[in-house]
Design a protein around this ligand. Structure first.
Ligand code: IPE
Ligand code: IPE
Ligand code: MG
Length: 275
C-alpha cells in the first residue's frame, strides 16, 4: 500500500514494527472517536497563550490521522469545537476559526493525496463564510477517497444531534408519512448526523477529564472508553497504540455474556441434552 505522507516524516522501522505487532495482537477498531482536550492547560504549563496549544494540537491531529490510516482504522471522528465552545472569549473563538481555515488550506491537498475523505458533523452554518467555503471545498475535493474518513465535529453537540433527528422524525409523523409506533433505535440512528457511519468502537479523551461533554451521546452507547491524563498537544501515535492495546484487552459483551462463557454454557447445554 502507498506510504502515507501527512506528517511529512518518514515512518521509522520501529514504528512500522509496532504497528504490525498491534495489528497481529487483536482487532483494530473500525471507528475511533476522540475528545481532543487540554490544549489550554498544555499552553499554560508552557507559559504560553491558549492559542499556542491549539496550534500544536494540529500537529497531533496530523500524527493521529496518519497512524490511524496506516493501521487500517476506517473512521476517525475528532471533537474539534462543541456547541458550548461558542461561549468562550471571542478572541479564542476567532483564533480557532482562523486556525481551522489555515489548516484546511494547508492540508486539503495532502489529505486528498493520501486517499483520506474529509467530512463534518455539526452546525456548519454558524461558522464564518470563509470557514464554510474552505470546508466545502476540502470535502468536495476528497469525496471519492476510501482509505479513511476523517470527520470533524464542529459546532457539534450530542443533544443538538438528537434534537435535529427528533424534529425530522416528528415532521414525517405530522405529514402522515410515519406511524409513531414504527419509530425504533435504527430509525433514530438513521436520522442522526452520523447516519452513514458505524458507532465508535473506541472513544479516547485526553487531559484526564472523566466526562463526555455532550459528544456523540446516542452513538457512544457501547463504545469502549479510554481516558488519559496526557494533554492533546502531547498525544501522539505511541499513546494511540496504548489506547488500542487497552481496547484489544476488553471483553465487549454488549449486555450479553462473554463468548467463552457462552461456549461453556453451550457445551453444558449439549451435555444436559445427552444425559
Ligand atoms: C480542547 O482544549 C480544544 C477545544 C475545546 C477547542 P481546551 O481549549 O478545552 O483546553 P483546556 O481543556 O482548557 O485545557
Ligand atoms: C470538549 O472539551 C469539547 C472539545 C474537545 C471540542 P471542553 O473543554 O469544551 O469540555 P469541558 O468544558 O471540559 O467539559
Ligand atoms: Mg477543555
Amino acid at each position: 500500500m502507498k506510504e502515507l505522507t501527512i506528517t511529512k516524516q518518514i515512518q521509522t522501522e520501529e514504528d512500522k514494527q509496532n504497528q504490525e505487532i498491534l495489528k497481529n495482537s487483536g482487532e483494530i477498531p473500525l471507528h475511533i472517536a476522540i475528545i481532543m482536550d487540554g490544549n489550554g492547560r498544555w499552553a499554560k504549563n508552557k507559559g504560553s497563550i491558549r492559542l499556542h496549544g491549539h496550534k500544536v494540537g494540529v500537529d497531533s491531529v496530523r500524527d493521529i490521522t496518519e497512524s490511524c490510516a496506516q493501521l487500517g482504522v476506517k473512521y476517525l471522528t475528532l471533537y474539534a469545537f462543541s456547541t458550548e465552545n461558542w461561549g468562550r472569549p471571542s478572541t479564542e473563538v476567532r483564533g480557532l476559526m482562523k486556525l481551522l481555515v489555515s489548516s484546511l488550506r494547508k492540508e486539503a491537498e495532502n489529505l486528498n493525496k493520501n486517499d483520506i475523505r474529509l467530512s463534518t458533523i455539526g452546525q456548519l452554518d454558524r461558522f464564518p463564510q470563509s470557514c464554510q467555503t474552505e470546508l466545502k471545498e476540502a470535502i468536495e475535493l476528497t469525496k471519492d477517497n476510501n482509505r479513511l474518513e476523517l470527520c470533524l465535529a464542529l459546532s457539534y453537540s450530542g443533544r443538538w444531534d438528537i434534537t435535529e433527528a427528533v424534529k425530522k422524525i416528528a415532521t414525517h409523523v405530522k405529514e402522515g408519512r410515519l406511524d409513531p409506533e414504527l419509530i425504533n433505535d435504527q430509525m433514530i440512528g438513521d436520522h442522526l448526523s452520523t447516519a452513514d457511519v458505524p458507532d465508535p468502537d473506541l472513544i479516547i479523551r485526553t487531559s484526564g477529564e472523566y466526562r463526555i461533554s455532550n459528544f456523540l451521546l446516542w452513538q457512544l452507547a457501547y463504545s469502549e472508553l479510554y481516558i488519559t491524563e496526557t494533554y492533546w498537544p502531547d498525544f501522539r501515535r505511541d499513546e494511540l497504540y496504548e489506547a488500542i492495546r487497552s481496547y484489544q484487552g476488553r471483553d465487549r459483551r454488549f449486555g450479553k455474556i462473554s463468548i467463552s462463557e457462552d461456549e461453556k454454557a453451550g457445551s453444558s447445554r449439549l451435555v444436559n441434552k445427552k444425559s
